[in-house]
Design a protein around this ligand. Structure first.
Ligand code: OFO
Length: 159
């Protein structure tokens, strides 16, 4: 059975994943309104992934005889100035989530809870990918002019 302390921390992370989902949905809707349907599509995939992370964590807690919670989620930002601003925010947010996951691993390790450490390693690895992907997009967007942005937009529609 998982400790109360880890259970509480994982429940907080479920809340953080749901907040991330809302953030990406908000960004997707903003991009859609700005006429970038490919960027919007990419962000909607992120939204779905974050919902999966939250539900996978909840399922894990149930397997460890814990009780997952769906708590109140704070309001997310709604306006950005440019495509670059949106994706710089994505990158910054992913770095923040990586720090949250890393501290969960430390907590599971201090608890000598091997199954939870093992469960969290896939998130650690995924964060490395997510940070790299977001940073790659930021770099591409920085080099793109308006026609370059439309090209990236068309590419991201294929995700
Ligand atoms: Fe939940 O995956 Fe990155 O944030």
């Amino acid at each position: 059975m998982i400790s109360e302390k880890l259970q509480k921390a994982l429940n907080e992370q479920i809340g953080a994943e749901l907040w991330s989902a809302n953030l990406y949905l908000s960004m997707a809707l903003y991009m859609e309104k700005e006429g970038y349907s490919g960027f919007a599509h990419w962000l909607k995939k992120q939204w779905q992934e974050e919902l999966e992370h939250a539900t996978d964590m909840a399922t894990y807690l149930i397997k460890r005889e814990g009780t997952p919670l769906v708590d109140k989620v704070d309001v997310v930002p709604t306006g950005w100035g440019s495509v670059l601003e949106v994706f710089e925010h994505v990158y910054k947010h992913e770095c923040h989530v990586s720090a949250l996951i890393n501290s969960l691993v430390d907590m599971a390790s201090a608890d000598k809870d091997k199954p939870t450490q093992n469960f969290l390693w896939s998130y650690v690895a995924e964060q490395v990918e997510e940070e790299a992907t977001a940073l790659g997009l930021v770099e591409k967007i920085k080099r793109a002019g308006e026609s370059g942005l439309l090209f990236i937009d068309a590419q991201l529609a294929q995700r």
